[in-house]
Design a protein around this ligand. Structure first.
Ligand SMILES: [Zn+2]
Length: 805
């Protein structure tokens, strides 16, 4: 270790793992701006900055040690107090009320002029503000500006290394007088977020400490590590549903427009030791070419430097794609997103990985070298210290690139802005028109919500919306309040990505099997929300309204006796369902009851509840939960036979059971309902729909279908579709929505074998005793976005209480 470290330090002084105590070598000659060196020299001596170890009692990255959020805050506050290179701020409170914070780190003279640097960023981001001699003015701004680097840690709380690394990164930036570190401080402004999900830091720490020294040490908590969305907190970067996303976007991204965003993650134990960009195909078509160029150059730089410094098992151009804006706000806002994924241990507990344990992933095989995986890692022990070494080294390599290529990063940022605001050519999209329908003007709360949500999402993403006076275009009259989104504006591409239809490319492997997207394939908000949008490719004139409008809303009229099943195998869909209900003005219940296995098994549910929701989860996990011996006993076993019996009695006694997506098959199997899933057993080459928007038709008037609804959509992702399996019992089954008989149901995304769905049911009601079971063959509240199908879910809930009220 020592030998390797010394060799590394000679070649790459900045790439010294932060754990090494080796003597630092004399400075390399720097090629970057050193004109303000005197100010740096005047900084306080490094010795006065306390080490994280002296505050925590352990060095971040030590085996079996995690810090809770209060301890992380304590470290940052003490670093802040001891250094003039950092400004530490609370931006707001998290979902559970914890402080959400950011540390701004730079040379002291830069910190004194933050307003000026923000202003430079603002002007370069929108070249329209620069007037007729924009290029010349930009040149002057670029000469003065700094590279803005946002480093975000801990969005996924079980990936414990990054929040620990944030303290090491901050300490080194604050305490080191190495020339490379001083160059970083002079040339960049680093915005360091120790955790994007502080609540999860404590959820994981509590669980880890509870199981430490038991057979369950290193298991992941039996609950979501974010109250509502768990892992999907990193799928919220265009819908902005959660407080933490809102704070990050509103108070960091939109204020600073960072050129580089480094989002530090961990992946599984058995793949590469580290992934950095470039990303795999496909790239979402609205991501600017300069962004692809930027993340390719920077990712390859980090990988190359680390490989040369002796770090093994690094891959690029594999596993992770650049398709969904749900994971990449900055790609549509002038900055590259450098995702890094370091291999995991078991939380803070070391593991041993045998060579043969390794498994191939998309684009590489960790057991073989290949151009995008040139250095094998030969296996052995893998521990938290390895993780923090890879993370901190990658972060410093990235900051070094930001420093040495400062002018290039700012120039590229300006070029992206210039391309965004240029007048559109004939045939290119000129604008989107979003007509305000009478249904929205006079309609229900949900109609208001849809409009408010779409408008708010676009505005939050920095998009300017014009409110037009009534006008006529192509023979159609548009009323007052029609919204117009012109493309020639800095973040027009963000709006276009969200407003247009996705055509996901048909990517296959060598055997002809579809290559799965890293996440999902569609993000067309007008379809998800049930809002009409027109695309216009020629300029047209309209007048603008300026008065404010106010739609009111927010009645909270009804509080159903509702329980939401909450498995000890955490289901993100459970969290999203909770969020959809608790955040909706339709319901006054702001704390939906969690039905745990233990309560469900005791029975007598009808006395307490009118409706029970089973969120999307596999039937086996609902029934069996964690296997005995893999978790402490109280978290094992699932609903089990007693739970199934209790749910059956609940429905037969008049209760309503609402099953979402895969959970529908749980009810079909356990209650022997007379329907069949027509997608069961189909191969991927025959039928495949990895998160897409499909078209549905309303099959019959039904109490949960709003009177105006004739057609709708379905968010389909590992979803069943139904037909009646037993004709003798057909009278128990009522098809509420189905896929079209004679048309491909795909609206946006990717669908193979669509003919298998023709005429099949997407939503059915099955009666059982005095009660009913709703089988949603889709996710009606998909990530808080599919407002088009909210009414079906909400009405199913409200209707359940009608007999009791
Ligand atoms: Zn992650």
């Amino acid at each position: 270790m020592l030998t390797r470290t010394l060799t590394i330090s000679l070649l790459f002084p900045l790439l010294l793992p932060l754990t090494a105590n080796a003597q630092r070598k004399p400075p390399q000659k720097s090629t970057v701006d050193t004109t303000t060196a005197t100010a740096i020299d005047a900084m306080r001596p490094a010795a006065s900055v306390p080490s994280p170890e002296s505050i925590l009692g352990f060095r971040p990255g030590d085996d079996r040690k995690l810090a809770n959020w209060a301890e992380v805050l304590d470290v940052f506050r003490k670093l802040d107090a001891a250094s003039d290179r950092m400004m530490f701020e609370e931006l707001g409170k998290t979902t559970m009320g914890a402080p959400f914070v950011v540390a701004t780190i730079s040379a002291p003279e830069n910190l004194r002029r933050l307003a000026e640097y923000k202003d430079i960023q603002r002007q370069l981001a929108d070249p329209r503000t620069l007037g007729p001699r924009a290029d010349r003015k930009a040149k002057e701004l670029i000469a003065r500006g700094k590279t803005i680097v946002l480093i975000t840690c801990g969005v996924h709380s079980t990936e414990v290394g990054s929040t620990l690394s944030s303290m090491l990164i901050a300490h080194r930036l604050l305490s080191s007088n190495e020339p490379d570190v001083q160059d970083i401080l002079r040339n960049t402004i680093v915005l360091l977020v120790p955790s994007l999900n502080p609540d999860g830091v404590d959820i994981v720490k509590r669980w880890y400490d509870k199981t430490l020294g038991t057979p369950y040490e290193g298991t992941t908590p039996p609950e979501l590590y974010h109250k509502y969305v768990g892992h999907d907190n990193n799928r919220d970067w265009y819908a902005f549903t959660q407080i933490e996303t809102q704070l990050t976007v509103d108070k960091i991204h939109n204020v600073w427009h960072p050129q580089i965003v480094h989002d530090i993650h961990q992946q599984g134990q058995f793949g590469a030791r580290l992934f950095v960009p470039p990303y795999m195909k496909p790239v979402e078509p609205n991501v600017p070419a300069q962004i692809v160029e930027g993340y390719t150059e920077l990712g390859n730089h980090v990988a190359g430097e680390m490989r040369a410094a002796g770090f093994k098992g690094i891959t690029t151009d594999s596993s992770y794609d650049a398709w969904t804006p749900a994971r990449a706000y900055s790609h549509y806002h002038g900055g590259v997103r450098i995702l890094s994924e370091t291999a995991s241990a078991k939380l803070a507990t070391p593991i041993t990985v045998k060579f043969d344990d390794r498994r191939p992933d998309e684009g590489y095989d960790p057991r073989k070298t290949s151009p995008n995986f040139p250095d094998l890692w030969t296996g052995g022990e893998w521990k938290l210290r390895n993780i923090t070494d890879y993370m901190t080294t990658a972060a410093f390599s990235l900051m070094k690139h930001a420093t040495q290529n400062r002018a290039r990063w700012l120039q590229r940022f300006y070029e992206i802005g210039k391309e965004a605001v240029r007048p559109r050519k004939p045939g290119e999209v000129y604008a989107f028109i979003i007509p305000l329908l009478d249904a929205a003007r006079d309609g229900s709360d949900i109609e208001h919500q849809k409009w408010q949500r779409l408008k708010r999402i676009l505005a939050f993403g920095g998009v300017t919306l014009d409110r037009a006076r009534r006008f006529t275009l192509n023979g159609r009259r548009y009323p007052d309040e029609t919204l117009i989104v012109r493309m020639a504006q800095p973040y027009g591409g963000f709006a276009k990505a969200l407003l247009e239809v996705q055509r996901y490319p048909d990517l296959r492997d060598a055997s002809g099997n579809p290559i799965p997207p890293y996440d999902v394939t569609a993000h067309t908000l007008p379809l998800l929300m049930g809002i009409e949008v027109k695309t216009v490719t020629t300029p047209f004139a309209y007048g603008r309204l300026t008065n404010d409008y106010n739609w009111g809303g927010g009645h909270g009229v009804f509080s159903p006796r509702l329980a939401l099943y909450k498995s000890h195998v955490p289901s993100m869909d459970e969290g999203w369902t909770r969020w959809a209900i608790e955040s909706s003005p339709e319901f006054s219940d702001k704390s939906v009851h969690s039905l745990l296995d233990a309560e469900a098994r005791t029975g007598n549910l009808r006395a307490k509840y009118d409706a029970i929701i089973l969120p999307d989860q596999s039937p086996r996990l609902i029934l069996e939960g964690h296997k005995k011996g893999t978790m402490p006993d109280e978290y094992t076993g699932g609903l089990g036979a007693e739970g199934v019996k209790a749910l059956r009695e609940f429905v037969e006694a008049g209760g309503t059971l609402i099953c979402l997506n895969k959970a529908s098959n749980f009810a079909v199997e356990q209650f022997k309902l007379p329907v069949r899933d027509v997608t069961a057993g189909l191969k991927r080459t025959e039928f495949y729909v990895p998160g897409s928007i499909l078209r549905t038709e309303i099959a019959s008037a039904h109490p949960i279908v709003p009177g105006w609804m004739r057609k709708s959509i379905a968010w389909v992702e590992d979803s069943p579709a139904f037909e009646v399996s037993d004709a003798r019992e057909a009278s128990r089954v009522r098809v509420i929505a189905r896929y079209p008989d004679n048309a491909d149901p795909l609206l946006s995304g990717w669908l193979l074998g669509g003919e298998k769905l023709r005429g099949k049911a997407a939503l059915v009601e099955v009666t059982m005793g005095k009660g009913r079971v709703y089988l949603f063959g889709f996710r009606p509240q998909y990530r808080g976005q599919s407002l088009a199908t909210y009414p079906l879910l909400f009405n199913a809930i409200t209707r359940s209480g009608e007999s009791s009220r």
